[in-house]
Every structure is written in structure tokens, then in C-alpha cells.
Design a protein around this ligand. Structure first.
Ligand code: PMP
Length: 358
């Protein structure tokens, strides 16, 4: 079977060894006579799968002991609401740094519960606003930002310094793609479905002192303290996705951890940006320092060629390159499990296409 390299931004590209293990264990998880899909979350086998996944995630990110790791549901979109519900803590407003479409959505959701102060906004969304221009409020409940804007392909190279106000980040599309100093954050969250497993699971890593002040009217299932007190099993969790994510964590460890994964991701991105920058047919609009390693957007000099480019790519086993409908053009998502061979195949296709359409 030839492996198709899918560059879509939506689903996870799962590592082949993980898929193989899932296949091998699908009907019978380690001699227990049933599939993980059939297990109760109270089953001791599932409890061990769940606990091991948490330990492995803690080890990968070196999560300090004073942080809770929550395995929630509802995607990052649910967290757009859960964050203000839990972290406003009686304060009037939170600061939002907006440099893409997901940051806009996060800020908008906050306005249902408190004031979202747009402390900085890029225009257009092709760069990160210079740190000196941010109008941060020292009394804000938290500062929210999106380390990687998936649609526009804009990524922070480093964690911004916001002083003592808790920093909150939507890591959905760059989770586990490079090492991270968790101690710089009050809270990080991410949907699993890009770098870390199947959809249906959402990770929240939150500093303990921020728990316990959820708005009383909030749904119980969104109250981080309740979720933490119940080991993320207040109700039935996404058991199967939790299990697969656990296998992804093990795979990341076997591959050398996040430092090695970060080096690979940097290399993969450089290969594709080099091709874009050195081929006049292609163009990437993002400020060089703020270019994403995960979602690489580009346009063709003649948009009339887009359909042919996409069709040829799909035929060559390289689907998923159509850009988000809001921005058009192309987007290649190079999540952790995208092998370098996939990027090399894409670059070869792009160069050949440019030669025949130059
Ligand atoms: N934030 C970012 C940065 C995203 O990329 C996405 C999904 N593409 C979301 C939020 C929304 O995530 P979900 O579908 O898990 O709600």
C-alpha cells in the first residue's frame, strides 16, 4: 500500500506505528478479551490506560507538579467558553492578543461572560503585532493568545512575556510540536486532533491556584476544579481517543521527545519555505520571523492554476492542500506525524508543476 501524504489542517496525521498498534489491539486489548472501545471508563484496564497517558504527557512536556492535566471534550471551541467561565474570577475583563481567525473567535466567546479587551490585533493577519504595541491591562484576569494560527499560518517563535497576569494559550495546532516551558503559563489548551490523536478529546493544563472560582452558572462539566477532582471522569470521557493519544505520547517518547520532534518540524518547514521562496510561482505572505512550522500557506502567482495544482497533487498522493475557505490559496499542514518524505514529495511536485507552468 502506498502511503498517501495528507496535508489537510483538520484531522491528525497519525504516526503509522500508532495506527498499526491500534489495529493490532482493536479487537482484544492485551488479552482482556475486548476492545478499548467497549471498555467502561471505570474498568481497571481503562483506568491504567488513562493514568499512563497522563504520566507520559506530563513527562513529555515536563509539566510541573502544581499543574493539573485535564482530558476534556468539546474541542478548543468549548475552551473558548470554559476559559473565561473559570478564569475571569470576578474580574471585569481579560486581554486577548489577536493575530488570526481563531483568536477572533476566542475573544468573541469571552464577551458572553466578561469584557474581552483586544490588547493587540494584527491587520492583516500575516504577522504578530510587535510586543511594544500591546496595551496590556495589569488588572486583566488573564492574557489569551493563539501560539499558532492554523488558517493564516502565523506562529509565535517564543512565549511572550506578559508579567504576572496568567498567560492562557490555545495550542490546538502546535501542541507537542516542540519543547515548551509550561511554567510560563496559567493555562494551555488544545484539541487533540492535529498533533496528538483523534478528535473527541481536548487537553487542558492548568495551574492549580487558578482553580475553584468558576462562575456558578457555568455547566458543571466545564468547571475545571470539578473535572480535576474527578480525574477527568465526571462523565464518560472520550475513552478511545484518550487511548490513541496515549499511544501517540509513547511514539513521541520513542522518537526522542519534543526536542527531537522540534528539530524535525523546523527542518520540514524550512524545506517547504525554501521551495516557496525560491520558486517565483509561489508566494507566502507571512512575516519571515512569524512563519508557522505547522501550517504553511502559499498562493500561486496565477490563481487560475489553483484547481489544476490541487488536482495534480491529489493524483500524486498529496491531498489536502486547499487553503481555508476564508483565505483561499494553498495550505500544507506539517504536523508531527507528517514524515520528511511527505514534505520532500510535496516539494518535488511543486517544483515540477512550476517548471511546466513557468
Ligand atoms: N483553535 C485553533 C488554533 C484551531 O486550529 C482550531 C481548529 N482548527 C480550533 C481552535 C477549534 O478547534 P475545535 O474544532 O477542536 O473546537
Amino acid at each position: 500500500m502506498t502511503r498517501v501524504f495528507n496535508f489537510s489542517a483538520g484531522p491528525a496525521v497519525l504516526p503509522v506505528p500508532v495506527l498499526e498498534q491500534v489495529r493490532d489491539e482493536l479487537l482484544d486489548w492485551r488479552g482482556g478479551g475486548m476492545s478499548v472501545m467497549e471498555m467502561s471508563h471505570r474498568d481497571k484496564d481503562f483506568m491504567s490506560i488513562a493514568a499512563e497517558a497522563e504520566q507520559d504527557l506530563r513527562a513529555l512536556l515536563a509539566i510541573p507538579a502544581n499543574y493539573k492535566v485535564l482530558f476534556m471534550q468539546g474541542g478548543a471551541t468549548a475552551q473558548f467558553a470554559a476559559v473565561p467561565l473559570n478564569l475571569l474570577r470576578g474580574k471585569a475583563s481579560a486581554d486577548y492578543i489577536v493575530n488570526g481567525a481563531w483568536g477572533v473567535k476566542a475573544a468573541k466567546e469571552c464577551t458572553k461572560y466578561g469584557q474581552a479587551n483586544i490588547a493587540a490585533q494584527a491587520s492583516p493577519f500575516n504577522h504578530i503585532p510587535a510586543r511594544e504595541t500591546w496595551r496590556l491591562d495589569p488588572n486583566a484576569a488573564y492574557v489569551h493568545y493563539t501560539p499558532n494560527e492554523t488558517i493564516e499560518g502565523v506562529e509565535f517563535g517564543a512565549v511572550p512575556d506578559v508579567g504576572s497576569v496568567p498567560l492562557v494559550a490555545d495550542f490546538s495546532s502546535t501542541f507537542l510540536s516542540r519543547p515548551l516551558d509550561v511554567s510560563k503559563f496559567g493555562l494551555i489548551y488544545a484539541g487533540a486532533q492535529k498533533n496528538a490523536g483523534p478528535a473527541g478529546l481536548t487537553f487542558v493544563v492548568v495551574r492549580e491556584d487558578l482553580l475553584g472560582q468558576c462562575l456558578p452558572a457555568a455547566p458543571t462539566i466545564f468547571d475545571y476544579k470539578v473535572v480535576a477532582d474527578n480525574d477527568s471522569m465526571l462523565n464518560t470521557p472520550s475513552c478511545f481517543a484518550w487511548y490513541v493519544s496515549g499511544l501517540v505520547f509513547k511514539w513521541l517518547q520513542r522518537e526522542g521527545g519534543l526536542a527531537e520532534i522540534g528539530r524535525r518540524n523546523e527542518r520540514k518547514a524550512a524545506l517547504l519555505y525554501d521551495c516557496i521562496d525560491s520558486t517565483p510561482l509561489y508566494h507566502n505572505p507571512v512575516a519571515t520571523a512569524d512563519r508557522s512550522w505547522m501550517n504553511i500557506v502559499f498562493t500561486l502567482a496565477d490563481a487560475a492554476l489553483d484547481a489544476e495544482f490541487l488536482e495534480g497533487a491529489a493524483k500524486a498522493g498529496l491531498p489536502g492542500l486547499k487553503g481555508h475557505r476564508v483565505v483561499g490559496g494553498m495550505r500544507a499542514s506539517l504536523y508531527n506525524a507528517m514524515p520528511e518524505a511527505g514534505v520532500i514529495a510535496l516539494v518535488e511536485y511543486m517544483k515540477a508543476f512550476a517548471r511546466s507552468h513557468g
